[in-house]
Design a protein around this ligand. Sequence first.
Ligand code: FRU
Length: 485
Amino acid sequence: MTLADRDEELRELAEAEIRKNQGSVEADPYRLTYHHMPPTGLMNDPNGWIQWNGTYHLFYQWLPFHTGHGAKFWGHRTSEDLIHWTEQTPALTPSEWFDKDGAFSGSAVVADDQLHLFYTGNLDGDTGPEEEYQCAAVSVDGINFKKKGVVIERPEGYTSHFRDPKVWHHEGNWYMIVGAQTMDKQGQVLLYQSQDLENWEFIGPAAGSFRGPLKAFGYMWECPDLFPLNGRDVLIVSPQGLEPDGMDYANTYQSGFFTGTLDYDTGSFDHGAFRELDRGFEFYAPQTMEDEQGRRLLIGWMGVPDQEEEAHPTTANHWIHALTLPRELTWKDGRLMQSPAEELQAMRGPVLLHSSITIENDQKAVRGVEGRSIELNLEFEKLGDQFALEFYQYASLSYRKGVLTLSRPRLDEHSKTEFRRVRLEQPLNSLRIFADTSSLEIFVNGGEEVFTSRIFPQPEEEHILFTSLGESTFSIEKWNLSGWT
Ligand code: FRU
């Protein structure tokens, strides 16, 4: 069989799998209405996130054949407005010797009127990758991609955990950072430079465990992303192997960022402390891009690695996981802020407004504030000793003494409750909440913290309850959100 035949065969097998499972996937009560989900199988990291000639391109890690991980494809969707998306033919299949066990995560850039993808070709070993290569593919029409093969092989001194290239342009040169692991199992990000996107020169490690201000900081850094924001450089990474520390690092793996300055000559990134990007149960491997309006937009995987897949009820219907809403990153008063992309307001129906609600030592519903595909905006005037929102008799968000806590039943053991917490720097003053059939994204105080989580309440349950110990007064705006279909 030739390699072109293998590519064709994989595409046909994926198509057949979609057709086979379409009925059960579409009938799933937890299918989301305005988020990216796989047509069948497993979706993980967002990849190649870019705007080109007005069109947004979003690629995603996709395993069509079952709801576990494996030899990933790059699924591909396009949009003009960040709301209506078209599924394109998969951009990459694991068809070649250098990516046969997965076209793993990576990024996209435009050069010479072509769309260039950089991704990791993965070859499996017994207990992890046997080898990982940085590979390229190119397209003139933005739909059909031609693989160009391996562009970077792993440097000396590093293990085969070597993946997730992010490429950008800076002062006349191309740069790439790649997640890597040293021989003594420390996570790092490596910086490369190129003039032509083909020949890459290794500059050195930009940051990592036991570098700069860091002590032990994980055994592998996945999905790095580096970009300027308001005069500073931000490095996003998903380190593996951080131990839980108080309220921090509560998920198996985390995603967060360092701010600092990249010295492009030495390759060294001088940075401050790590901050998590999201405090919810499911958030990982985010990727950003600068769009044509100059906005820095982030999308993340609304999932985490190493969860028991069967604990997600959707696996019974042959699909799992989703992506977050696109968020705009800004810098305000020394903080990175995240807010849902403005375009999403076009999904809103008419507003329901309660301009002043007071609850005192009580738990109650608020007229009209219910539903499973909604946006809520709460602004607080006064807060009692404790304030809580209960969603659909399932999850709750409560605020007490400066700490915000999200709780839900454990996915693998429903009789137990699990918690994620953060101490806010400012008292709670606003909550902007996007609820979809089986997800919550909660933007706190204009985006200084975010909680992203999947939720699996009874499908017909629509109620939201408000509780206050002492007296709380707040306003609510509520919108029903129209889905994509
Ligand atoms: C992160 C990750 C990446 C890898 C991809 C494989 O979730 O493990 O490091 O490229 O997923 O699907």
